[in-house]
Design a protein around this ligand. Structure first.
Ligand code: SF4
Length: 330
Protein backbone atom coordinates (compact mmCIF):
# COMPACT_ATOMS: atom_id res chain seq x y z
CA UNK A 1 0.00 0.00 0.00
CA UNK A 2 1.27 3.49 -0.73
CA UNK A 3 1.58 6.03 2.06
CA UNK A 4 -1.11 8.65 1.78
CA UNK A 5 -0.29 12.31 2.26
CA UNK A 6 -2.56 14.16 4.66
CA UNK A 7 -4.34 17.26 3.41
CA UNK A 8 -2.37 20.42 4.02
CA UNK A 9 -5.51 22.25 5.21
CA UNK A 10 -6.48 20.13 8.20
CA UNK A 11 -3.93 17.33 8.31
CA UNK A 12 -6.91 15.05 8.85
CA UNK A 13 -7.77 12.14 6.64
CA UNK A 14 -9.91 9.02 6.39
CA UNK A 15 -8.55 5.68 5.25
CA UNK A 16 -11.52 3.87 3.78
CA UNK A 17 -11.20 0.11 3.67
CA UNK A 18 -12.13 -1.97 0.65
CA UNK A 19 -13.52 -4.61 0.62
CA UNK A 20 -16.13 -3.54 3.14
CA UNK A 21 -19.89 -3.90 3.51
CA UNK A 22 -22.20 -6.29 1.74
CA UNK A 23 -20.92 -9.76 0.92
CA UNK A 24 -22.47 -12.06 -1.66
CA UNK A 25 -24.46 -14.00 0.96
CA UNK A 26 -26.02 -10.90 2.50
CA UNK A 27 -26.80 -9.39 -0.88
CA UNK A 28 -28.58 -12.58 -1.88
CA UNK A 29 -30.52 -12.81 1.40
CA UNK A 30 -31.74 -9.20 1.23
CA UNK A 31 -32.68 -9.59 -2.43
CA UNK A 32 -34.55 -12.77 -1.55
CA UNK A 33 -36.84 -10.85 0.82
CA UNK A 34 -37.27 -7.99 -1.65
CA UNK A 35 -38.12 -10.29 -4.54
CA UNK A 36 -40.47 -12.37 -2.38
CA UNK A 37 -42.32 -9.21 -1.36
CA UNK A 38 -42.69 -8.23 -5.01
CA UNK A 39 -43.78 -11.68 -6.10
CA UNK A 40 -46.11 -12.81 -3.31
CA UNK A 41 -47.00 -9.42 -1.79
CA UNK A 42 -46.80 -8.36 1.86
CA UNK A 43 -46.62 -9.64 4.44
CA UNK A 44 -43.68 -11.97 4.09
CA UNK A 45 -42.48 -13.60 7.29
CA UNK A 46 -38.76 -13.86 7.99
CA UNK A 47 -37.47 -16.16 10.71
CA UNK A 48 -34.81 -14.23 12.69
CA UNK A 49 -33.12 -11.13 11.34
CA UNK A 50 -32.44 -11.86 7.69
CA UNK A 51 -28.96 -10.40 8.25
CA UNK A 52 -27.61 -8.87 11.44
CA UNK A 53 -28.12 -5.22 10.65
CA UNK A 54 -30.66 -2.85 12.24
CA UNK A 55 -30.99 -0.61 9.19
CA UNK A 56 -31.59 -3.50 6.79
CA UNK A 57 -34.21 -5.01 9.07
CA UNK A 58 -36.05 -1.70 9.51
CA UNK A 59 -35.99 -1.04 5.76
CA UNK A 60 -37.45 -4.46 4.96
CA UNK A 61 -40.06 -4.07 7.70
CA UNK A 62 -41.18 -0.84 6.07
CA UNK A 63 -41.67 -2.79 2.82
CA UNK A 64 -43.85 -5.43 4.50
CA UNK A 65 -41.52 -8.04 5.99
CA UNK A 66 -42.46 -9.35 9.43
CA UNK A 67 -39.56 -10.67 11.47
CA UNK A 68 -40.32 -13.50 13.88
CA UNK A 69 -38.19 -15.62 16.17
CA UNK A 70 -39.79 -19.00 15.48
CA UNK A 71 -41.98 -20.74 12.93
CA UNK A 72 -44.91 -20.94 15.40
CA UNK A 73 -45.37 -17.20 15.01
CA UNK A 74 -46.01 -17.60 11.27
CA UNK A 75 -49.66 -18.23 10.27
CA UNK A 76 -50.23 -21.70 8.79
CA UNK A 77 -49.73 -21.76 5.05
CA UNK A 78 -47.88 -18.41 4.93
CA UNK A 79 -44.49 -17.76 3.32
CA UNK A 80 -41.44 -17.77 5.58
CA UNK A 81 -37.86 -16.97 4.68
CA UNK A 82 -34.97 -18.44 6.65
CA UNK A 83 -32.09 -16.06 7.33
CA UNK A 84 -28.59 -16.03 5.83
CA UNK A 85 -27.18 -17.64 8.99
CA UNK A 86 -28.77 -21.02 8.32
CA UNK A 87 -31.13 -23.24 10.27
CA UNK A 88 -31.10 -26.69 11.79
CA UNK A 89 -32.99 -29.44 9.91
CA UNK A 90 -35.72 -29.41 12.57
CA UNK A 91 -36.65 -25.86 11.50
CA UNK A 92 -37.42 -27.16 8.00
CA UNK A 93 -39.47 -29.96 9.56
CA UNK A 94 -41.47 -27.49 11.69
CA UNK A 95 -42.17 -25.44 8.58
CA UNK A 96 -43.45 -28.52 6.75
CA UNK A 97 -45.65 -29.44 9.72
CA UNK A 98 -47.26 -25.97 9.60
CA UNK A 99 -47.60 -26.12 5.80
CA UNK A 100 -45.43 -23.04 5.46
CA UNK A 101 -43.97 -22.09 2.14
CA UNK A 102 -40.32 -21.95 3.15
CA UNK A 103 -37.64 -20.09 1.22
CA UNK A 104 -34.15 -20.77 2.45
CA UNK A 105 -31.85 -17.73 2.22
CA UNK A 106 -29.00 -19.49 4.03
CA UNK A 107 -25.69 -18.30 2.56
CA UNK A 108 -24.23 -21.06 0.38
CA UNK A 109 -20.98 -20.75 2.33
CA UNK A 110 -22.84 -21.60 5.53
CA UNK A 111 -24.56 -24.48 3.75
CA UNK A 112 -21.09 -25.73 2.80
CA UNK A 113 -20.22 -26.00 6.52
CA UNK A 114 -23.51 -27.85 7.14
CA UNK A 115 -22.53 -30.36 4.46
CA UNK A 116 -19.11 -30.83 6.04
CA UNK A 117 -20.72 -31.42 9.44
CA UNK A 118 -23.09 -34.03 7.99
CA UNK A 119 -20.31 -35.78 6.12
CA UNK A 120 -17.93 -36.04 9.09
CA UNK A 121 -20.78 -37.10 11.38
CA UNK A 122 -21.71 -39.86 8.91
CA UNK A 123 -18.11 -41.04 9.13
CA UNK A 124 -18.47 -40.98 12.93
CA UNK A 125 -15.92 -38.22 13.61
CA UNK A 126 -15.98 -36.04 16.70
CA UNK A 127 -16.48 -32.53 15.31
CA UNK A 128 -15.09 -29.54 17.18
CA UNK A 129 -17.07 -26.54 15.99
CA UNK A 130 -15.20 -23.31 16.73
CA UNK A 131 -17.76 -20.56 17.15
CA UNK A 132 -19.71 -18.35 19.51
CA UNK A 133 -22.21 -19.98 21.80
CA UNK A 134 -25.79 -19.10 20.94
CA UNK A 135 -24.99 -17.53 17.54
CA UNK A 136 -27.69 -18.54 15.05
CA UNK A 137 -25.18 -19.99 12.63
CA UNK A 138 -23.67 -22.20 15.32
CA UNK A 139 -27.14 -23.35 16.42
CA UNK A 140 -28.00 -24.24 12.81
CA UNK A 141 -24.77 -26.10 12.08
CA UNK A 142 -24.91 -27.98 15.39
CA UNK A 143 -28.44 -29.07 14.55
CA UNK A 144 -27.09 -31.07 11.60
CA UNK A 145 -25.28 -33.51 13.87
CA UNK A 146 -25.86 -32.70 17.55
CA UNK A 147 -24.48 -36.03 18.77
CA UNK A 148 -21.13 -35.46 17.04
CA UNK A 149 -20.55 -31.72 17.47
CA UNK A 150 -19.00 -29.94 20.44
CA UNK A 151 -18.71 -26.17 20.53
CA UNK A 152 -15.30 -24.63 21.16
CA UNK A 153 -15.85 -20.98 22.00
CA UNK A 154 -12.34 -19.51 21.82
CA UNK A 155 -8.82 -20.63 22.77
CA UNK A 156 -9.59 -21.12 26.49
CA UNK A 157 -12.35 -23.55 25.64
CA UNK A 158 -9.86 -25.76 23.78
CA UNK A 159 -8.54 -27.22 27.04
CA UNK A 160 -11.98 -28.48 28.06
CA UNK A 161 -12.60 -30.62 24.98
CA UNK A 162 -12.87 -34.39 25.34
CA UNK A 163 -13.18 -36.75 22.36
CA UNK A 164 -13.90 -40.44 21.92
CA UNK A 165 -11.02 -41.19 19.58
CA UNK A 166 -8.14 -38.67 19.23
CA UNK A 167 -7.38 -40.12 15.78
CA UNK A 168 -10.84 -39.30 14.46
CA UNK A 169 -11.51 -35.67 15.15
CA UNK A 170 -11.95 -32.66 12.89
CA UNK A 171 -12.47 -28.95 13.51
CA UNK A 172 -14.96 -26.82 11.62
CA UNK A 173 -15.87 -23.20 12.28
CA UNK A 174 -18.44 -20.46 12.14
CA UNK A 175 -17.90 -18.41 8.97
CA UNK A 176 -17.51 -15.01 10.63
CA UNK A 177 -14.76 -15.49 13.21
CA UNK A 178 -11.45 -13.74 13.67
CA UNK A 179 -9.00 -15.60 11.45
CA UNK A 180 -6.12 -15.11 13.91
CA UNK A 181 -8.06 -16.13 17.01
CA UNK A 182 -9.39 -19.21 15.25
CA UNK A 183 -5.85 -20.27 14.32
CA UNK A 184 -4.86 -19.77 17.97
CA UNK A 185 -7.75 -22.01 19.05
CA UNK A 186 -6.75 -24.64 16.50
CA UNK A 187 -3.10 -24.55 17.65
CA UNK A 188 -4.23 -25.04 21.23
CA UNK A 189 -6.51 -27.92 20.24
CA UNK A 190 -3.71 -29.50 18.24
CA UNK A 191 -1.36 -29.52 21.22
CA UNK A 192 -3.75 -31.96 22.89
CA UNK A 193 -5.01 -33.61 19.69
CA UNK A 194 -2.09 -33.87 17.24
CA UNK A 195 -4.20 -35.84 14.74
CA UNK A 196 -6.88 -33.13 14.57
CA UNK A 197 -7.99 -32.71 10.96
CA UNK A 198 -8.77 -29.38 9.31
CA UNK A 199 -11.87 -28.64 7.25
CA UNK A 200 -11.52 -29.59 3.56
CA UNK A 201 -11.59 -25.85 2.69
CA UNK A 202 -11.67 -22.67 4.79
CA UNK A 203 -14.86 -22.31 6.79
CA UNK A 204 -14.19 -18.67 7.65
CA UNK A 205 -15.57 -17.13 4.49
CA UNK A 206 -13.81 -14.96 1.92
CA UNK A 207 -15.77 -11.87 2.98
CA UNK A 208 -14.82 -12.19 6.64
CA UNK A 209 -11.13 -12.75 5.84
CA UNK A 210 -10.96 -9.97 3.25
CA UNK A 211 -12.56 -7.40 5.56
CA UNK A 212 -10.15 -8.35 8.35
CA UNK A 213 -7.16 -8.23 6.00
CA UNK A 214 -7.74 -4.66 4.86
CA UNK A 215 -8.38 -3.51 8.42
CA UNK A 216 -5.02 -4.97 9.44
CA UNK A 217 -3.46 -2.98 6.63
CA UNK A 218 -4.89 0.40 7.63
CA UNK A 219 -5.06 0.03 11.43
CA UNK A 220 -1.38 0.77 12.19
CA UNK A 221 -1.80 4.20 10.55
CA UNK A 222 -5.06 5.02 12.31
CA UNK A 223 -5.73 6.86 15.55
CA UNK A 224 -9.29 5.58 15.48
CA UNK A 225 -11.00 2.90 13.42
CA UNK A 226 -14.76 3.19 13.05
CA UNK A 227 -16.62 0.05 12.01
CA UNK A 228 -20.18 0.46 10.80
CA UNK A 229 -22.20 -2.54 11.91
CA UNK A 230 -24.63 -3.86 14.50
CA UNK A 231 -23.68 -5.31 17.90
CA UNK A 232 -25.16 -8.70 17.03
CA UNK A 233 -23.12 -8.89 13.81
CA UNK A 234 -20.27 -11.26 14.55
CA UNK A 235 -18.07 -10.20 11.65
CA UNK A 236 -18.54 -6.49 12.48
CA UNK A 237 -17.59 -6.97 16.13
CA UNK A 238 -14.51 -8.95 15.00
CA UNK A 239 -13.42 -6.03 12.80
CA UNK A 240 -13.18 -3.73 15.83
CA UNK A 241 -11.07 -6.32 17.66
CA UNK A 242 -8.84 -6.87 14.64
CA UNK A 243 -8.32 -3.10 14.25
CA UNK A 244 -7.19 -2.66 17.84
CA UNK A 245 -5.01 -5.79 17.74
CA UNK A 246 -3.38 -4.51 14.55
CA UNK A 247 -2.38 -1.19 16.09
CA UNK A 248 -5.27 1.28 15.92
CA UNK A 249 -5.31 3.34 19.10
CA UNK A 250 -9.06 2.85 19.43
CA UNK A 251 -11.86 1.07 17.60
CA UNK A 252 -15.58 1.73 17.74
CA UNK A 253 -18.67 0.01 16.37
CA UNK A 254 -21.60 2.20 15.31
CA UNK A 255 -24.87 1.44 13.57
CA UNK A 256 -25.27 5.02 12.37
CA UNK A 257 -23.14 8.15 11.92
CA UNK A 258 -25.12 9.89 14.67
CA UNK A 259 -23.59 7.50 17.22
CA UNK A 260 -20.08 8.85 16.64
CA UNK A 261 -18.90 10.75 19.69
CA UNK A 262 -16.89 13.88 18.82
CA UNK A 263 -14.56 13.04 21.71
CA UNK A 264 -13.32 10.00 19.74
CA UNK A 265 -12.07 12.35 17.02
CA UNK A 266 -10.67 15.08 19.23
CA UNK A 267 -7.01 14.03 19.03
CA UNK A 268 -7.25 12.04 15.80
CA UNK A 269 -5.46 12.84 12.54
CA UNK A 270 -6.26 9.60 10.71
CA UNK A 271 -9.57 7.78 11.01
CA UNK A 272 -9.98 4.31 9.53
CA UNK A 273 -13.43 3.41 8.28
CA UNK A 274 -14.95 0.10 7.31
CA UNK A 275 -18.20 -1.84 7.63
CA UNK A 276 -19.36 -5.34 8.36
CA UNK A 277 -20.61 -7.76 5.73
CA UNK A 278 -24.27 -6.95 6.46
CA UNK A 279 -23.96 -3.19 6.09
CA UNK A 280 -25.25 -1.26 3.04
CA UNK A 281 -22.78 1.33 1.77
CA UNK A 282 -25.20 4.22 2.27
CA UNK A 283 -24.45 4.00 6.01
CA UNK A 284 -20.72 4.33 5.28
CA UNK A 285 -21.42 7.34 3.07
CA UNK A 286 -23.34 8.91 5.98
CA UNK A 287 -20.27 8.43 8.18
CA UNK A 288 -18.01 9.98 5.53
CA UNK A 289 -20.30 13.03 5.38
CA UNK A 290 -20.31 13.23 9.17
CA UNK A 291 -16.50 13.08 9.26
CA UNK A 292 -16.09 15.61 6.45
CA UNK A 293 -18.01 18.21 8.44
CA UNK A 294 -15.50 17.63 11.25
CA UNK A 295 -12.47 18.28 9.06
CA UNK A 296 -11.88 14.77 7.75
CA UNK A 297 -12.64 15.58 4.14
CA UNK A 298 -9.63 13.86 2.58
CA UNK A 299 -10.58 10.26 1.86
CA UNK A 300 -8.20 7.62 0.58
CA UNK A 301 -9.64 4.20 -0.28
CA UNK A 302 -7.23 1.40 0.53
CA UNK A 303 -7.97 -1.67 -1.56
CA UNK A 304 -6.54 -5.08 -0.73
CA UNK A 305 -8.91 -7.27 -2.77
CA UNK A 306 -11.58 -7.01 -5.41
CA UNK A 307 -14.62 -9.16 -4.78
CA UNK A 308 -16.72 -10.37 -7.66
CA UNK A 309 -18.54 -13.33 -6.15
CA UNK A 310 -22.32 -13.39 -6.45
CA UNK A 311 -24.85 -16.06 -5.55
CA UNK A 312 -28.05 -16.78 -7.39
CA UNK A 313 -31.37 -16.54 -5.56
CA UNK A 314 -32.81 -19.62 -3.80
CA UNK A 315 -34.16 -22.21 -6.28
CA UNK A 316 -37.66 -22.24 -4.78
CA UNK A 317 -37.97 -18.48 -5.32
CA UNK A 318 -36.47 -18.54 -8.82
CA UNK A 319 -38.93 -21.24 -9.83
CA UNK A 320 -41.90 -19.10 -8.73
CA UNK A 321 -40.41 -16.02 -10.42
CA UNK A 322 -40.08 -17.95 -13.69
CA UNK A 323 -43.64 -19.24 -13.39
CA UNK A 324 -44.94 -15.73 -12.71
CA UNK A 325 -43.00 -14.35 -15.71
CA UNK A 326 -44.36 -17.12 -17.95
CA UNK A 327 -47.90 -16.41 -16.69
CA UNK A 328 -47.52 -12.70 -17.42
CA UNK A 329 -46.42 -13.50 -20.98
CA UNK A 330 -49.65 -15.47 -21.29
S1 SF4 B 1 -20.32 -13.23 5.85
FE1 SF4 B 1 -19.63 -14.94 4.57
S2 SF4 B 1 -20.85 -16.70 5.25
FE2 SF4 B 1 -21.85 -14.85 6.03
S3 SF4 B 1 -23.37 -14.33 4.50
FE3 SF4 B 1 -21.51 -13.22 3.95
S4 SF4 B 1 -20.42 -14.57 2.49
FE4 SF4 B 1 -21.94 -15.79 3.55
Amino acid sequence: MTEVQATPQTGKRVLLAKPRGYCAGVDRAVQTVEEALKLYGAPIYVRKQIVHNKHVVRTLEAKGAIFVEENEEVPEGATVIFSAHGVAPEVHEQARARSLKAIDATCPLVTKVHHEAKRFAAEDYDILLIGHEGHEEVVGTTGEAPAHIQLVDGPEDADRVTVRDPNKVVWLSQTTLSVDETMETVARLRKRLPMLQSPPSDDICYATSNRQQVVKEIAPQCDVVIVVGSRNSSNSVRLVEVAVDAGARAGYLVDFASEIDDAWLAEARTVGLTSGASVPDELVRDVLAHLAVRGFAEVEEVVTANERLTFSLPQELKRDMRAAAAGARG
